[in-house]
Write a protein of this length. Structure first.
Length: 271
């Protein structure tokens, strides 16, 4: 009998994505502290829109026994992964305070919360202004009085041309590739690849693990749409710069930004 070759296990793209891209423990502290700064009170309930594997929701529940998190996403695959890998890491009491719904973030009647987080630029999937306005209006209607919407954004001259960025991590390289930019529509396509070093020393390339087809929204556009939807104030939290010229992960409320090749910021709307 001829023996078949062993089938290698499937590549765990979500594991590498979390290691390379996400810092949910840092994110939830920023969300909590921003609410405290603007509202002078304590939040309780967070909703993570476009939640994927809902790592932020899980970290939120770990911050305090009073905190509840709701995750909303249309995609069954990352939700299933989060149920198997993220929710199981929580204590029983924390896990009971994480509620995940496989649903559209545009749907009416979503859970009302103190903070809505639209992270990892997922809202850039909305290319039409009327759709982004529909999303922000739905967020406004499902925030408690005094609640905040936190949406991240990025841009700069480097995001208006084809490029590849390589970041080294222990055992693998994270590759962020932009394959184009349309100055007429402000649309761009991005890919995430992982180059993983195996025990043999060979590097195996796992290409196109994630692909994003986005509109590159500006900070001003997002702020204007929030105000049109009823938010009484908007704020910008700008990332600082490290000694080597990269972002330092520290976000400060500002009135103006700075000229740089690529930047990351948060736009925050107050209900």
């Amino acid at each position: 009998m001829k023996l078949s070759k062993p089938v290698p296990p499937p590549f765990d793209k979500y594991h590498f994505y979390r290691r390379a891209v996400q810092s949910p423990d840092v994110d939830v502290r920023f969300l909590r502290d921003t609410y405290r700064e603007l509202r002078k009170s304590e939040p309780n309930d967070l909703r993570e829109d476009f939640c994927g594997t809902f790592a932020i929701s899980c970290e939120w529940a770990k911050l305090s026994p009073k905190y509840r998190a709701f995750g909303i996403d249309l995609d069954h695959e990352p939700i299933s992964y989060g149920m198997a890998h993220n929710l199981t890491e929580l204590s029983k009491s924390a896990a009971e305070r994480v509620i995940i719904r496989e649903e559209n973030v545009l749907s009416p009647g979503l859970p009302k919360v103190d903070i809505i987080a639209a992270m990892n630029f997922s809202h850039y999937i909305f290319k039409a202004r009327e759709t982004m306005k529909q999303y922000f209006a739905n967020a406004y209607s499902t925030l408690n009085d005094g609640g905040i919407l936190v949406a991240d954004c990025f841009g700069g001259p480097a995001c208006q041309k084809q490029n590849k960025d390589f970041t080294e991590h222990r055992g693998f390289t994270y590759v962020w590739e932009q394959v184009g930019y349309d100055p007429v529509t402000s649309e761009a396509v991005f890919h995430i690849h992982f180059n993983v070093k195996e025990k043999s020393g060979k590097v195996r390339r796992h290409k196109h693990q994630f692909t994003y087809d986005w509109r590159m929204w500006t900070i001003l556009e997002l702020r204007e749409i929030m105000l049109e939807c009823g938010f009484k104030k908007t704020h910008v939290y700008w990332e600082g710069t490290s000694r080597n010229g990269d972002g330092d992960g520290v976000f400060t409320r500002v009135q103006s930004g700075e000229v740089c090749e690529a930047w990351v910021a948060y736009v925050v709307g107050e209900r």
